[in-house]
Design a protein around this ligand. Sequence first.
Ligand SMILES: [Zn+2]
Length: 498
Amino acid sequence: MGKNLYITTAIPYVNAKPHIGNALDYLIADIWSRYQKQNGHQVRFQVGTDEHGNKIAAKAAEQGLDPKSYTDQTHIAFKDLMTKVGAEYTDFVRTTDDHHVAAVQWIWQKLQPYIYKGTYEGWYCIGHEAFFTDKEVDATGGICPDHQKPYEHVSEENYYLKASAFTDKVREAIEHNRMQIVPEFRKKEFLELIKDGIRDVSISRPRKNLSWGIPVPNDPDQVMYVWLDALANYITVLGYPDNEQWRDYWPAEVQVVGKDILRFHAGIWPPMLLALDVPLPKKLLVHGFVNVQGAKMSKSVGNVVDPNEIIDQYGLDAFRYFFSRHIPTLDDGDFTWEKFENAYNNELGNDLGNLVQRVSSMVTRYQSGVIGDAPQSEHDMKPYRDAMTSLNFNEAIDEVWVTIRSLNQYLESVKPWEIAKKRDSDPEAEAHLSEVLAQAVGSLLQIGDLLVPFMPNAAKRIQTMFETGVIRDDGGMLFPKVYIHTPDPRANHTPREK
Ligand SMILES: [Zn+2]
């Protein structure tokens, strides 16, 4: 009997096109989810969109739409991207959903003992939809480094959540890994950030400053701050509070967040949960940013890479391969088209594609496609399993490539094509050849298995091809060469002088 497991992803604002960062969230959660399902567990996998706030209202107004009609249109691009990266999510939440809105208003009432009214005087970044301290503003020269916009000075009456009351509990949960922040250096960073305590947090704004959001119950002049609304999605989507089945999947096993929003997920969300008397999530997986040629991706620099373009040109598995292996799961990574295409042609095309092709054609040619009994591979998979458990997915897929390379080396050293030539003169050659090929197929089946969480299509191809004992080939090379961003060596026929 498997366990019930729950994984969540951050819900993006729908005022811009989805980007690589969103795709990375869905990919990381999907790899984990497929791995758990492969191991017999039941997984709920949440995704969604954050549809309130000034940024949304402003964009809608620019287009002459009311905010809801605007988000009805724009959330689709996110849904499409999730499908496109192969995310097998089970639950999609929009923060404009009726159930979510009602649940958040219920949450507000339940938080009453920890809510008070106060005057906020300080700094706000509309890009973050968040407040910042003098210290943070000074440290960045008054300009938000993530949004390249000056902080606005605001003075307004807001409701506050007494998050400070939970400092000790949150700190203890993090220190003792009851709510584990992965990787360790992010945990240290966050503990450093709250060394003087968690600050109370503004959870509403005056309606005149925030027009588009969930109304505060019993106070028509106030609208809920988007973060309170957004963070609640992780439990409302499970049916909290009215559908008791939310308890079957909460606490979440893993919550996937980008490094820029860790402070909300470790500093606001846990106090909210504690105030609601709801258990804390078990792990926060914090991933980094994807840079392009060492520079931050930005519209103004013009180096934005569209995940859709990659998938259209190279396929789903190639996208998933690069972003799970060459972008570290738990740190920043770097993308260039050259790097991507080289990885595609060399690692996917040569290492894996040729290997599969080679083994299947030898079995077809020498044994009329009959594999015989493929032995279980004896390759030690503990490093792979350990890496999956510690959420270092890039290390796990590295391990798959260790297996792939060692199978390539094995074939190079035993040379089955040489053994095949000896069959007429050497009576033992036939048996030796079939043993070697069965061995190779056994390893490929294991490779197929290990690739299930990462490259679902290639994994399926390999399994279908080899698992029945007779080669079933639906034809076509896995990962045929593509040369869009790097020179095609095949076209490189320099004319020779005669
Ligand atoms: Zn900002």
